[in-house]
Design a protein around this ligand. Structure first.
Ligand code: DAH
Length: 367
């Protein structure tokens, strides 16, 4: 008696076919080879399909038993083929991924030709540090008129301090009240900002400035960064804290001291020049807490007249301003001895003092 529960295994012919096909499937190395086996067994003219076709010649009892056995065989073979198909397609995908893999670890060209100019680099660093303190960067035009550059900054034309800055005047245009000048300072950006915005204001304005001067420490074009804070309560203490934080971060010197030396600027009252600690010995300059001092800019509490000129009520609002020479602090930080070389466009100089695009030269910003 045959075991009805296992009609394939109990039929020599069918179990032989099953193991033959099983072996063929297991050794099929490609999806195409597997498809051939599928067609040869289960396709329209396949071996199992052919066997199915002969069922009609059998007696009803035989047909029932053989039909059931053939169906089981068919399902068994189909699932063995499916399982093999999964293995082969996973392997094919892995092989394809490995073949198409792109090596993105290649390093950039070691000798890039271009360099970032130290002034651009320094401006980027200034903006980054002040941005972390909540300052927004503002801009104004290089070609200004006397109103913004002088008058609104509490420097009327009769004021003797106008001579403090050797001004480039542009040819006069008939009928204009104020002469056109190349801005001698970034301070007019204070005026433009206060005329456009309501307090609270917290801006810096880096940019080009122009004065009729040329020697080892003066060039006709140079850069300044202006700072302005206007609200209802900022005072000299905030000014000092703000500059102390900036300068320590910029120079990467934790105990760098700063000193306020009383001074005069028409647009601030009181006014102070900003000195940073240093030492000079044997022709060398070192920054830090050494007892000697070096000037790097001007500052003070914004003069009530300046606020009034911009439509801001000085009884309600107050604040501080400062201005620093960008070349000055760049020379100190990067050890560049002569100001004029910044603008000589000498490629050897730029190769030496310039920066690679991916450099992170500010020590305090390394972490
Ligand atoms: N504008 C001044 C200069 O060029 C520098 C300066 C001093 C700017 C005091 C300020 C300030 O904002 O408050 O000499």
């Amino acid at each position: 008696m045959r075991d009805a529960a296992n009609p394939v295994e109990n039929n020599d012919e069918l179990s032989a076919l099953k193991s033959e096909l099983g072996t063929a499937v297991a050794s099929a190395a490609t999806i195409a080879a597997l498809d051939d086996i599928r067609v040869s067994a289960l396709g329209k003219k396949g071996r199992i399909t052919d066997m199915m076709k002969t069922l009609g010649t059998l007696s009803p009892d035989e047909r029932k038993a053989r039909g059931a056995a053939l169906n089981i065989l068919k399902d068994d073979i189909a699932s063995v083929i499916d399982a093999r198909q999964k293995i082969l397609s996973t392997a094919a995908l892995s092989e394809k991924l490995a073949r198409e893999n792109i090596d993105i670890t290649l390093s950039p060209r070691p000798q890039a030709e271009g360099r970032i100019h130290p002034i651009s680099q320094t401006i980027d660093e200034i903006i980054t540090i002040f941005a972390s303190m909540g300052f927004v960067t503002a801009k104004g035009p290089d070609i200004e008129n006397e109103y913004y550059n002088f008058e609104a900054l509490n420097l009327p034309s009769s004021h003797p301090a106008r001579d403090m800055q050797a001004t480039f005047f542009l040819p006069e245009e008939a009928g204009t009240k104020y002469k056109t000048v190349l801005r001698t300072q970034t301070s007019p950006v204070q005026i433009r900002t206060m005329m456009e915005q309501k307090p609270p204001i917290r801006i810096i304005a880096p940019g080009r400035t122009y004065r009729c001067d040329y020697d080892q420490t003066h060039t006709p074009m140079f850069h300044q960064v202006e700072g302005l804070v206007i609200d209802e309560h900022s005072h000299m203490g905030h000014l000092k804290g703000c500059l102390l934080d900036f300068l320590r971060e910029f120079f990467g010197i934790d105990d760098l001291p700063i000193r306020f030396r009383p001074s005069y600027f028409p647009f601030t009252e009181p006014s102070a020049e900003i000195d940073i600690g240093c030492k000079r010995s044997g022709g060398e300059l070192k920054l830090g807490n050494y007892g000697d001092w070096l000037e790097i800019g001007g500052s003070g509490m914004v003069h009530p007249n300046v606020l009034r000129n911009c439509g801001i009520d000085p009884d309600k609002y107050q604040g501080f301003a400062f201005g620093m020479g960008i070349e000055r602090i760049a020379m100190l930080k990067y050890g560049i001895p002569d100001l004029r070389t910044f603008f000589d466009a000498d490629l050897r100089w730029l190769k030496h003092y310039g920066f690679m695009p991916l450099d992170i030269p500010n020590p305090a910003m390394k972490e």
